[in-house]
Design a protein around this ligand. Structure first.
Ligand SMILES: NC(=O)C1=CN([C@@H]2O[C@H](COP(=O)(O)OP(=O)(O)OC[C@H]3O[C@@H](n4cnc5c(N)ncnc54)[C@H](OP(=O)(O)O)[C@@H]3O)[C@@H](O)[C@H]2O)C=CC1
Ligand SMILES: Nc1nc(=O)c2c([nH]1)NC[C@@H]1CN(c3ccc(C(=O)N[C@@H](CCC(=O)O)C(=O)O)cc3)C=[N+]21
Length: 298
């Protein structure tokens, strides 16, 4: 049976470090500030945003949340981001995705000052990650968290290992592939047009699933001893819990995959909590830079 890579515990370790380091910044007269912006009333997004704000407070941050109605005009959102960009008390800005259809998410992301883009989605940060300038970039939280989990079982240097990333989104798949490459893994990115995905997956020493399809990756796709990182968060019906009840599952068929894997991340309690912890770490990093101090490494 596979070892379980416990995201909750690793996330608590990260948060404890963030808290401690934030306290040392007080001496420089800087309190890390995080602004989270949500447009509309998607219930899942509201849950995530609430937990981001709660964690920020727990870290001793200045935490502000802007909840805007679903019909907010794009220009009003651009204006709000302009104010947050100019506010010296704010070091990190996160605009929760997805945005309502009438808003151009691409334009909104490029409006955020790259130095406050703690999601790491701005072209400047994407470019820095792609060219290895990570000392001054923000790395997207989900892949950064996944790398910390991987480090617990494989170390920091992935030389000689084959990594397969299933999914090529800008927020997970592509930055994940870049981080694996930077750690010297041999990386393949798979997607919906990939031929014979099960056979490709079986070549992976490190298998990352970021697809958004409940339990798509089966146990016999997993090479014996492989490390499996399941990024998927899918809410599915759970009639066994009662009528109308749901539960969360990943993109990997967990029970089957754990029979083959050497180590695996669970859902929930895996990459999800790490994402929020890395958001706090990125906000702390931004505040250290604002204070002219070298940020701690995570
Ligand atoms: N834990 C966390 O903190 C986070 C979790 N997530 C979760 O991760 C998952 C992925 O999210 P995200 O990257 O935003 O999703 P996207 O929908 O943006 O991307 C999904 C990717 O999966 C590929 N894909 C879809 N179907 C198949 C298939 N049958 N075979 C192979 N590849 C396929 C798509 O390929 P193509 O490009 O060809 O269409 C696409 O590249 C979701 O479950 C999401 O909820 C997301 C963000 C954070
Ligand atoms: N600008 C932006 N940045 C994001 O990072 C971002 C986003 N938009 N939009 C949505 C996705 C998704 N995401 C998650 C964060 C935490 C959990 C998480 O904590 N999950 C818990 C369970 C939570 C639950 O019970 O629903 C877990 O997996 O254990 C999940 C998903 C961040 N995202």
């Amino acid at each position: 049976m596979a070892d379980i890579i416990d995201g909750k515990t690793i996330a608590e370790d990260v948060i404890a470090r963030v808290k401690q380091e934030a306290a040392t910044l007080a001496g420089s007269g800087v309190k890390p500030g995080l602004a989270v912006v949500i447009v509309g009333e998607d219930p899942a997004s509201q849950v995530y945003v609430a937990s981001k704000s709660r964690r920020a407070k727990e870290c001793g941050f200045h935490s502000v949340q802007h909840s805007l109605p679903a019909d907010t005009p794009e220009d009003a959102l651009v204006a709000l981001i302009g104010e947050l960009n100019a506010d010296p008390a704010i070091h990190g800005i996160l605009v929760q995705l997805p945005l309502p259809g009438h808003i151009d998410a691409g334009r909104i992301i490029q409006t955020i000052a790259p130095g406050k883009d703690v999601d790491g989605f701005h072209f400047i940060n994407v470019g820095k990650l792609g060219t290895g300038e990570t000392a001054s970039a923000f790395v997207p939280c989900t892949p950064a968290g996944a790398m910390l989990m991987l480090e617990r079982v494989r170390g920091r240097d992935l030389s000689g290992l084959n990594a397969v990333v299933v999914g090529r989104s800008n927020i997970v798949g592509k930055p994940m592939a870049n981080l694996l490459l930077a750690a010297n893994a041999t990386v393949t990115i798979a997607h919906s047009r990939t031929k014979d995905l099960p056979a490709l997956a079986r070549t992976a020493d490190i298998l990352v699933a970021a697809v958004g399809r409940p339990e798509m990756i089966r146990g016999d796709w997993v090479k014996p001893g492989a490390t499996v990182i399941d990024v998927g968060i899918n809410r599915v019906a759970a009639p066994e819990k009662g009528e109308g009840k749901t539960r969360l599952v990943g993109d990997v068929a967990y029970a089957e995959a754990s029979a083959n894997a050497g180590a695996i991340t669970p859902v929930p309690g895996g990459v999800g909590p790490m994402t929020i912890a890395m958001l706090m770490a990125n906000t702390l990093t931004s505040a250290f830079r604002a204070a002219g101090r070298e940020p701690p490494a995570f």
